[in-house]
Design a protein around this ligand. Structure first.
Ligand SMILES: CC(C)(COP(=O)(O)OP(=O)(O)OC[C@H]1O[C@@H](n2cnc3c(N)ncnc32)[C@H](O)[C@@H]1OP(=O)(O)O)[C@@H](O)C(=O)NCCC(=O)NCCS
Length: 286
């Protein structure tokens, strides 16, 4: 096996990982002091392309995930280079590799401050800042304005709604997410579903996302109803272009844990009507 310490990064082979690599991915996250998110990693390993560079020790030197949404869009995430291999071009090598793999798709990601300089060098532009909000949400006394989804009856309508808002087909991924969700809730009017949102557990934290709604009131209703009985921490990611919702989350007890820059490659337009996407499924995926 080639040693990243003595081999030019461009010559290092890139390998596709699978669920059997879960422990290696968790070890790499830990090396960079990222939270141990077993369920999220497993979901990514089972449902997206995880590309990696091996280290001679049998551990991973670097990872990145590519989630394709048909040919229109692709999300990049989990860009991690082990500390001992940092600054040797491995990040550039993996990102160049997935950009080549993504073809004509509009490629987007959420960047940490450590990652942003590399992505800027490779042609990504920052479009906004997204806050990760975490807290023990105080249940308000707001009335219940959504209902649990009936996935037999609602699935087609929810996927159509999602496709219009997100602008690309994520039916397969949403099917997998719905299967592991704590709850999927729907808002509706006389014409049918107008929005939906999902809650799912990673460790003891209840993640909320995606949230797709007609307007802020719809998004608030979905988040309120999904978190009404949450006993532990809740996490949701929200763009700073939504100050009203961020203030509302703050009042309910969700404080900013960290923030990321939302970046798109090459000034390409994002498909869909993103004004209706209030929270992503996962920062790693979109
Ligand atoms: C961000 C990260 C992936 C970069 O990986 P890396 O292998 O060290 O980066 P590279 O050596 O490939 O750097 C590529 C280029 O970006 C530049 N670069 C990388 N990180 C930089 C930084 N923090 N500040 C300024 N420039 C930086 C390098 O100078 C290099 O420029 P060059 O190719 O023109 O010489 C790595 O630091 C890491 O894993 N950080 C912790 C996890 C994290 O935050 N990941 C990003 C998630 S969005």
């Amino acid at each position: 096996m080639l040693d990243p310490l003595s081999t030019p990064a461009a010559e290092l082979p890139v390998r596709r990982l699978g669920p059997e690599d879960l422990d290696r991915c968790l070890a790499l996250s830990q090396d960079r002091s990222w939270a141990r998110e077993e369920r999220k990693w497993l979901f990514l390993l089972e449902n997206t392309e995880v590309h990696a560079i091996d280290a001679p020790s049998g551990e991973l030197a670097a990872t990145v995930t590519l989630t394709r949404y048909g040919t229109a869009a692709a999300g990049v995430g989990m860009m991690l280079v082990a500390t001992r291999y940092g600054g040797r071009g491995l990040g550039r090598r993996l990102m160049t590799h997935v950009l080549g793999t993504a073809g004509d798709a509009t490629v987007f990601l959420w960047a940490t401050e450590l990652g942003r300089p590399l992505y800027e060098k490779l042609g990504f532009e920052t479009l906004g800042v997204t806050e990760a909000r975490v807290g023990r949400l105080r249940p308000g006394d707001a009335p219940v304005l959504s209902r649990p989804a009936d996935l037999d009856a609602d699935l087609g309508a929810l996927l159509a709604l999602d496709r219009q808002a997100f602008g690309a087909d994520r039916a397969a991924l949403l099917g997998r997410l719905f299967a592991m969700a704590e709850e999927v809730r729907v808002t509706e009017d006389e014409t049918g579903p107008t929005g939906y949102a999902v809650s799912w557990l990673s460790g003891s934290t209840l993640f909320i996302g995606p949230v797709v709604a007609d307007d802020e009131a719809g998004a608030r209703a979905l988040v309120t109803d999904l978190t009404r009985h949450a006993s532990g921490l809740v996490r949701i990611e929200m763009d700073r272009s939504r100050p009203g919702l961020l203030a509302w989350l703050g009042e309910r007890g969700a404080a900013q844990a960290f923030s990321t820059s939302f970046m798109v490659h090459g000034g390409r337009p994002l498909p869909g009507d993103r004004t209706r996407v209030f929270a992503p499924m996962m920062l790693a995926m979109g």
